[in-house]
Write a protein that binds this ligand. Structure first.
Ligand code: ZN
Length: 292
């Protein structure tokens, strides 16, 4: 297992972690400058942040600062009620692939979606299997496009508390079943994003990481699970502040040959988004060395 205690060579910052500084929105261009200033070599930006700053502006800035991406957030949200919705999801996901290519991302992360309308507060139906079938079909369709573009797709299983609205793929096993069905040769073009926040509780986690193997392990996201957690979405903890044995999980991933970035992804309305972003980045660096 790699020694992270001496430097932050393998730290990446998911830009949602510092999307706010002292509660105020922080533009992506400022986030990139701050990361470079702290000697952080990689980032994973969100599409809305990129759109706000302008794709060309961001890709030029990434290159000028010598930054790499550890992923691009995100595509997915496949299920919909009708053909028009499906077409819109298809088009939007293809644009996400194109943007990821422009930014030279190593993969496009997929949060697959679930019951149509649920995120807006009103699910149109309760047929979870139908949503899962649409997700599978949506990934299959996008996979053809992404393969041709040379952009790997990383399915991110989300914690089951999001099964109704954000993602109906909730375990590594489910994600890998889709990968194995659509990419049986393990080409590296389809895999998973392992986010410790979503999968740490899974008794099958180690076995499924071994099943994934190096070719399917496309991204590794870290933060911590706070006890108690006070918000289902925006109360993620800083590494070391919660109950996830992150070094153990990183050991499992690296035992398969994963040598990529450890991407810090923290959504924290009440704590970290209230702090000054330089303090947050300094803390990420410190905890990367001591708790990851
Ligand atoms: Zn994640």
């Amino acid at each position: 297992m790699r020694d992270f205690s001496q430097d932050h060579r393998w730290l990446s910052i998911n830009t949602a972690t510092v999307r706010k500084s002292r509660g105020q929105d922080l533009p992506l261009t400022d986030i990139l400058d701050a990361c470079a200033r702290h000697g952080i070599r990689a980032i994973s930006p969100w599409r809305d942040q990129v759109a706000a700053a302008g794709l060309k502006t961001v890709s030029a800035q990434v290159r000028a600062l010598g930054l790499e991406l550890s992923g691009y957030c995100r595509g997915g949200m496949f299920p919909s009620l009708d053909a028009a919705g499906q077409q819109a999801a298809r088009d939007d996901n293809r644009r996400a692939v194109d943007e990821a290519c422009e930014l030279a991302a190593p993969c496009l992360v997929l949060v697959v979606g679930s019951l149509p309308g649920a995120l807006a507060g009103q699910a149109a139906h309760k047929d979870l299997q139908r949503a899962r079938d649409q997700v599978r079909d949506g990934i299959e369709e996008l996979f053809g496009y992404a393969k041709a573009a040379g952009m790997p797709l990383a399915i991110e299983p989300l914690h089951p508390m999001y099964a109704g609205d954000r993602a109906c793929i909730n375990t590594m096993e489910q994600a890998l079943d889709v990968c194995d069905a659509l990419d049986p040769d393990k080409t590296g073009a389809l895999g998973v994003a392992v986010d410790v926040y979503h999968v740490w509780w899974d008794p099958k986690l180690q076995a499924q990481i071994e099943r994934a193997g190096k070719s399917r392990l496309l991204a590794f996201h870290v933060c911590d699970w706070l006890t108690p957690t006070t918000d289902l979405l925006n109360d993620r903890g800083m590494m070391g502040d919660g109950v996830i044995d992150i070094p153990r999980l990183r050991g499992w991933v690296e035992a398969q040959g994963f040598q990529g970035y450890s991407e810090v992804e923290i959504f924290s309305t009440g704590n970290w988004w209230q702090r000054e972003h330089d303090e947050v980045l300094r803390t990420c660096i410190e905890r990367h060395r001591s708790a990851v």
